[in-house]
Design a protein around this ligand. Sequence first.
Ligand SMILES: N[C@@H](CCC(=O)N[C@@H](CS)C(=O)NCC(=O)O)C(=O)O
Length: 201
Amino acid sequence: MLLIGVNRSPYTRRVAITLEAYGMPFEQRPLSGFANRAEVRARNPLGRIPALVLDSGETLVDSGAIVDHLDEAHGRDRALTPVSGIDRRAVLRVAAIMMGACDKGLQAAYHRNHCPPEKLHQPWIDDCMAQMTNALATIDSTMAGHEPYLLFGRLTQADVTAFVAERLARGLGVDTEVRMPRLRALTRKLADEHPFRSTEP
Ligand SMILES: N[C@@H](CCC(=O)N[C@@H](CS)C(=O)NCC(=O)O)C(=O)O
């Protein structure tokens, strides 16, 4: 398998962490949607990373769809997202909030990086950042503070997505230590685990 994308991207890193957690061998081509436009658009018409090229030549796009395929290939009963029911909904809820938080953080960053200075609209940036921060703080408020993982005492896709979202928020200047201390403690612990350590950009 060939993973297209840089691990600086939270979506790409989510896929890379999942591949590592499942022990699936893969190669990675560290392309960025902006610096390598033509190559990325050849793999994904949207021009976004990640994309995953399967050994059959089929190309999957969007981290959610890619992770769903990896879950199926690994075996849904052993996957990072539970097969069904309330446990599945709980993991998917956290993953949706965390991926949405990344979307908002990146909207703010794209606006800041791609608009000419005279067109910058700070209230829009502030609102996006507030949505991201609020999403992370809400998950933080559900944490007991001494649990090894977010849910069920084991690693799930909730932890993977929380890890990449917290990392992005910190990179965008959110003081996660202060705003979401339990989440920050979790990501600090996860950073020592192989799938997270080996995918550090
Ligand atoms: N929903 C997508 C989001 C992917 C995404 O937005 N990737 C960013 C990199 S972090 C990208 O390629 N941006 C370039 C662009 O939007 O033009 C996923 O989960 O894979």
